[in-house]
Design a protein around this ligand. Structure first.
Ligand code: FUC
Length: 894
C-alpha cells in the first residue's frame, strides 16, 4: 500500500521540515506595500421585498425572512393587516415512529400574530440586513410612517421587536400568540397577565414541557389584556392603543437538556423526567432582557453578531440591485445583478449558521432552526451521511469555527450511547477484537434527533463516525489551539479510531469494513466500500498526527500505526475512476451511476486524502466526478459538487453548479429547495458557502492556495478573512483573473506554505513594509516561518499565462510486442511534452519520457506484463519550461 505523499507531509508539519526547499531569500524593503485589502463588507447585503410574505405554508417556505439565535428560529412574514412571526424551538419534538419523508419529529413552537388592521398601505418594504443582523418592515398608512425592527439575540437569549410610528400616539395593535397543532399530542394554553402573555403546555411523546413568554413594553398609550378563541381553546391577548412606540420581547424554552441522560434513557416518556419545568428559565431570560433598554439589547446583539459575520467579506464586483430579491432570484442566471445574488448567497449561508449553531444550543438539523410544520421533511433529523457535515462545512473555511461548539455539546451528550453500540457491534461483527473492559470506542451513528441516536443502519457504513471525527480534526486544524486539541478533539478521534481498529477485518492482506455501505446507494451491507475505507484512513491518520503533536502514547496508537497502511482507501477502476465498491470494475456497474451522493470522493472533499500531492488520484477523482456529475438536481449534491470541482481546480464546473443551485434550487427568501415541492433543506445553503470558499481558497495539503478555482465570470474581485488550515486568515484581490495582492494573517504563528502561479517572483513584505525571509519550492510555492500576529503581503506577482494542456491521449498496442504507441492532440503554446504513468492504485505518477517534441511516442516496458492497469498521462511544456497544470490521461489494461 502506497503512503500518499501529502500525508507524509502532514506528519512532517510538526516540527516543520521541508528538505526540498531552496535557499532562503531576502527581499529588499525599498518599496512600501500598497496597503491592506479593504476590510469588512463594504456594500449593504440585504434581502428585500415590496410586499409581505403570503400568510400560508408556501409564504413561509418561499418568502418569510429567517432569523435565529441558536435558542430559537423565527420566520417573519411582514404583514400589515396582521404580522405573523413563526417560532421554532429545536427540542419541541414529537414521535417519529415509522419512516418516511413526512413523519412527525420537530414541531412548530408558536405562531405569533400582531394585528394592526392596516389595509390601505403604501411605500411598503421589508428587508433582512445581513451586515447589521436585523430585519425591518416599513410602510405608510393614513399619512403615518410605521416601522418595525426585529432581531434575535444570542447573548440575551430573546427576540426583540421595536414598533414605531412617525406620529405620536398612532401605534395600536393586538398581540395574539397561538399554539399551532394544538390537540395532536400537544396541549397548552396562553394566559395574558398585565404586560406578558405566557404560552405553556406539553408535547406528550417525550414529555416535552414548553413555555414561551412575550412581554410588551409600550411608550405612551394604554395596554389591556384580552382573550380570543383558537380552535378549541382560549388564548390571551394584549392590546396596545394609541402608543408612541413599543417593544415586544420574546423568550422560549423547554425542559430539554443536552445531556447523556436523554439518550441513555430508553423509555421515551422518562427521558426528560428529571429536568425542571422551563418556566423559571424562560422567566429569567425575559426579565434579564427587560431590565436592559432596547438600545442596550441591540448593541449586545450587534457586538456578538458582527464579530462573527464581519470577519469575511466577498466582493465579486456586484452593484446594489434596484429590484427586490425575489425578482433577482427569478432573473438569475441571466439577470444583470447576478454577481449580487452570488455574493448575497455566499454570505447568507454564513448568516444561517450564525442563527442556527451557537454554543450551548442544539446544532442545525436538516432545516437548520426553521420549521413551520408538525411533520417537517425527514422529521428535521440530524443525518450523518452528508447533511450534518455539510451544515458545518462553512464553519471552518468561512471563519466561524466557534459555531462548531454547538455540535461539540450535542456530540458529548449522545456519545455515551454510541459507546454502548460500539461494544454491541464489536461483539456482533468481530468478537475476537472485543475489549472485555468495554473500551471499544464509539461507533458512527446514521441519524439522530435530540432524543434518540440510532445504531447501525444499512443505509450508510460506520464511516459516518470517522466523518464526524474529521469535523473535530478540522476544528483544530483550522484554529491550532493545542488545548482544544487535547481536551475536545483528540479524545473524539482516538476513541473513534479505537472502534474502527477493532471493527475492520483482514481480507486478503488488507483491513476492510464488514459490513459496509456507501451512503444511500443500492448495494448495501457489502465489504470495504470506499466511503468507509477513506473515512477510516483519514481518521486513523489524523489521530496519529494529533497524538504526535500532543506527545501521547495511548495504548491503541501502535495498532493504528500498523493498520494505517492496510486500510487501502483508494482503488482505481478500469474507467480510470475512483471505485465506490471494491467489486466494481468499470464506472457505474454497481449502484446508481448518477447518484446524488458522491461518497467515493469524500477523500477529495471534504477530506484531505486526494490532493495536489496525489496527482494520479486527483485525475481519477476527476473521472468519477465527470461521470457522476451533471444529472443531479438535489440542492445539497449541487453544493457538494461546487467544492469537489473546486478541489480538482476546475472553476468553470464549480461555478456552473453554483449557477444551477442559485438558478434552480434557491427560493425567493434564499432558502434552498431540496428537489422541488418546494422542500426546504438548509444543508445546501451552508454547503454553497463552503463550496464558494473552496473556489477562493484551499489548504487541504497544508499549502495555502488562494484563488484555486476561479471562473471567467469572476474576472475582478476581492475577499477578506477566509480561513486556511494552520489558522491563517487569507485575503485576496484579483483583476483580469490574476491576483494583484494576497495577504495572510498568521494568527497562530507556524510555517506558511503558499502556492500561487509565479508567487516566488512576488514582492513579499510584512504589512509594515518589512522584508520577509522565504524559501522557494519550484516557481509557484513559497515557505515562510511566520510570526504570530503578523500579516504578510504579496504584491507584484507576475502574470502567469497558463500552458494549454494536450488533449485526447490515445494508445495502440502492437500485437505480440510489449510496445505501446501513444498519440495525442498537441497544445498551441507547447514546445515539448512529458509522458507519465501511474501503476495500479498509485497516488502519484512516474515520469517515463520528457522533451518529446512530436505528438506521439512509442513506449516499451517489460514490467507491464506484471501489472493489471496503468494510467498514462501526457502534459505540455512551454519554451520557458512551465508545464501545463492539467494533462490528458488514458488507461491501459492488461
Ligand atoms: C439524505 C440525502 C437526501 C436527503 C435526506 C434528508 O438521505 O441522501 O438527499 O437530503 O438525507
Amino acid at each position: 500500500m502506497f503512503v500518499p505523499k501529502s500525508m507524509i507531509a502532514v506528519l512532517a508539519v510538526f516540527p516543520f521540515i521541508c528538505a526540498s526547499m531552496g535557499d532562503a531569500q531576502k527581499m529588499s524593503a525599498e518599496e512600501p506595500t500598497s496597503g491592506l485589502i479593504a476590510g469588512g463588507p463594504a456594500k449593504t447585503l440585504r434581502l428585500w421585498y415590496d410586499e409581505p410574505a403570503p400568510d400560508n405554508d408556501d409564504g413561509w417556505v418561499n418568502r418569510s425572512i429567517p432569523m435565529g439565535n441558536g435558542y430559537m428560529g423565527v420566520n417573519v412574514f411582514g404583514g400589515t393587516t396582521s404580522e405573523r412571526i413563526q417560532i421554532t424551538e429545536n427540542s419541541l419534538y414529537d414521535s417519529t415512529e415509522g419512516r418516511g419523508l413526512r413523519h412527525g419529529g420537530l414541531n412548530n413552537f408558536a405562531e405569533v400574530y400582531i394585528d394592526f388592521g392596516h389595509n390601505n398601505i403604501s411605500n411598503y418594504e421589508r428587508e433582512l440586513n445581513l451586515n447589521e443582523g436585523v430585519s425591518h418592515v416599513r410602510y405608510q398608512q393614513d399619512g403615518v410612517e410605521y416601522s418595525r425592527e426585529y432581531f434575535t439575540s444570542y447573548p440575551d437569549k430573546v427576540m426583540a421587536i421595536r414598533l414605531t410610528a412617525s406620529k405620536p400616539g398612532a401605534l395600536s395593535f393586538t398581540l395574539r400568540p397561538t399554539i399551532p397543532f394544538w390537540g395532536t399530542g400537544k396541549s397548552g394554553m396562553g394566559v395574558a397577565n398585565e404586560d406578558t402573555i405566557t404560552l405553556s403546555g406539553v408535547m406528550d411523546y417525550y414529555g416535552v414541557k414548553y413555555e414561551g413568554q412575550l412581554k410588551v413594553i409600550p411608550t405612551g398609550g394604554t395596554m389591556k389584556v384580552g382573550a380570543w378563541r383558537s380552535q378549541r381553546h382560549a388564548l390571551g391577548t394584549i392590546t396596545v392603543s394609541d402608543a408612541d412606540s413599543a417593544v415586544i420581547l420574546v423568550a422560549v424554552g423547554t425542559n430539554y437538556q443536552i445531556s447523556p441522560e436523554v439518550f441513555l434513557t430508553s423509555e421515551n416518556a422518562d427521558k426528560l423526567s428529571s429536568f425542571p419545568h422551563p418556566h423559571d428559565k424562560v422567566t429569567r431570560y425575559l426579565n434579564d432582557a427587560a431590565a436592559k433598554s432596547y438600545e442596550q439589547l441591540l448593541a449586545n446583539h450587534q457586538a456578538d453578531y458582527k464579530k462573527l459575520f464581519g470577519r469575511v467579506s466577498l466582493d465579486l464586483g456586484a452593484t446594489q440591485p434596484s429590484v427586490c430579491t425575489d425578482e433577482l432570484v427569478d432573473a438569475y442566471p441571466d439577470g444583470e445583478s447576478s454577481r449580487y445574488l452570488e455574493e448575497l448567497a455566499f454570505q447568507f449561508g454564513r448568516y444561517m449558521l450564525i442563527c442556527s449553531s451557537r454554543a450551548g444550543t442544539l446544532p442545525p438539523h436538516l432545516q437548520g432552526i426553521w420549521n413551520v410544520y408538525s411533520d417537517p421533511p425527514w422529521a428535521s433529523q440530524y443525518l450523518h451521511d452528508t447533511n450534518v457535515q455539510m451544515a458545518y462545512a462553512p464553519a471552518f473555511c468561512a471563519n466561524l469555527p466557534e459555531l462548531f461548539e454547538s455540535y461539540v455539546g450535542f456530540f458529548k451528550a449522545f456519545v455515551p450511547r454510541q459507546r454502548q453500540y460500539a461494544t454491541q457491534y464489536i461483539t456482533e461483527f468481530n468478537p475476537s477484537q472485543l475489549d472485555s473492559g468495554g473500551d471499544n470506542g464509539w461507533s458512527g451513528p446514521f441519524w439522530t434527533n435530540p432524543y434518540t441516536v440510532t445504531g447501525k443502519s444499512p443505509v450508510a457504513g460506520f464511516g459516518t463516525g470517522s466523518w464526524i471525527a474529521q469535523m473535530f480534526w478540522d476544528y483544530y486544524d483550522y484554529t491550532r489551539d493545542p488545548s482544544l486539541l487535547a481536551d475536545k478533539v483528540y479524545p473524539v478521534m482516538y476513541d473513534q479510531a479505537n472502534f474502527v481498529s477493532r471493527f475492520v477485518k483482514d481480507v486478503d492482506g488488507v483491513l476492510l469494513a464488514d459490513p459496509s455501505s456507501s451512503p444511500e446507494q443500492k448495494l448495501r451491507n457489502t465489504v470495504g466500500t470506499t466511503f468507509d475505507q477513506q473515512m477510516f484512513y483519514e481518521n486513523h491518520h489524523n489521530t496519529l498526527t494529533a497524538a504526535q503533536i500532543l506527545g501521547r502514547s495511548d495504548s491503541r496508537l501502535p495498532t493504528l500505526k500498523n493498520q494505517l497502511q492496510l486500510l487501502d482507501p483508494i482503488q482505481i477502476g478500469k474507467s480510470g475512476h475512483i471505485k465506490e465498491f471494491r467489486q466494481e470494475q468499470y464506472y457505474g456497474e454497481i449502484g446508481d451511476p448518477t447518484h446524488r451522493h458522491a461518497s467515493m470522493l469524500l477523500g477529495l472533499y471534504p477530506g484531505q486524502l486526494i490532493n495536489d500531492a496525489t496527482p494520479a488520484w486527483l485525475d481519477a477523482a476527476k473521472v468519477s466526478l465527470t461521470k457522476r456529475t451533471n444529472q443531479t438536481n438535489i440542492g445539497w449534491a449541487r453544493a457538494e459538487r461546487i467544492a469537489m470541482w473546486a478541489r480538482v481546480h476546475d472553476g468553470e464546473e464549480a461555478y456552473s453548479f453554483y449557477e444551477s443551485l442559485l438558478g434552480e434550487n434557491y427560493l425567493h427568501n434564499l432558502f434552498n429547495d431540496h428537489r422541488g415541492g418546494p422542500l426546504f433543506q438548509a444543508d445546501a445553503n451552508y454547503g454553497a458557502t463552503a463550496g464558494v470558499a473552496e473556489m477562493l481558497l484551499q489548504s487541504q495539503d497544508h499549502v495555502v492556495a488562494p484563488l484555486t478555482a476561479m471562473p471567467e465570470a469572476w474576472p475582478e474581485g476581492s475577499y477578506r478573512g477566509l480561513l486556511a488550515r494552520g489558522n491563517f486568515e487569507v485575503s485576496a484581490q484579483w483583476s483580469g483573473g490574476h491576483a494583484s495582492q494576497l495577504e495572510v494573517l498568521s494568527t497562530s504563528g507556524g510555517n506558511l506554505d503558499l502556492r500561487y502561479p509565479n508567487v516566488t517572483q512576488a514582492v513579499i513584505k510584512t504589512s509594515e513594509g518589512q522584508a520577509v525571509d522565504f524559501a522557494l519550492k519550484g516557481s509557484d510555492q513559497v515557505s515562510i516561518k511566520t510570526t504570530k500576529g503578523q500579516t504578510y503581503v504579496f504584491t507584484d506577482i507576475p502574470v502567469c499565462i497558463p500552458v494549454i494542456a494536450p488533449t485526447n491521449l490515445q494508445l495502440n498496442e502492437e500485437a505480440g510486442t510489449d510496445q505501446i504507441q501513444f498519440f495525442w492532440t498537441g497544445s498551441a503554446n507547447a514546445t515539448s511534452y512529458k509522458l507519465y504513468r501511474a501503476v495500479g492504485n498509485a497516488p502519484d505518477y512516474e515520469l517515463i519520457a520528457a522533451e518529446i517534441s512530436g505528438t506521439d511516442f512509442a513506449y516499451q516496458a517489460p514490467d507491464l506484463k506484471t501489472v493489471d492497469q496503468v494510467t498514462f498521462k501526457v502534459t505540455a511544456v512551454r519554451a520557458d519550461g512551465r508545464e501545463s497544470d492539467q494533462g490528458s490521461i488514458v488507461i491501459w489494461l492488461l
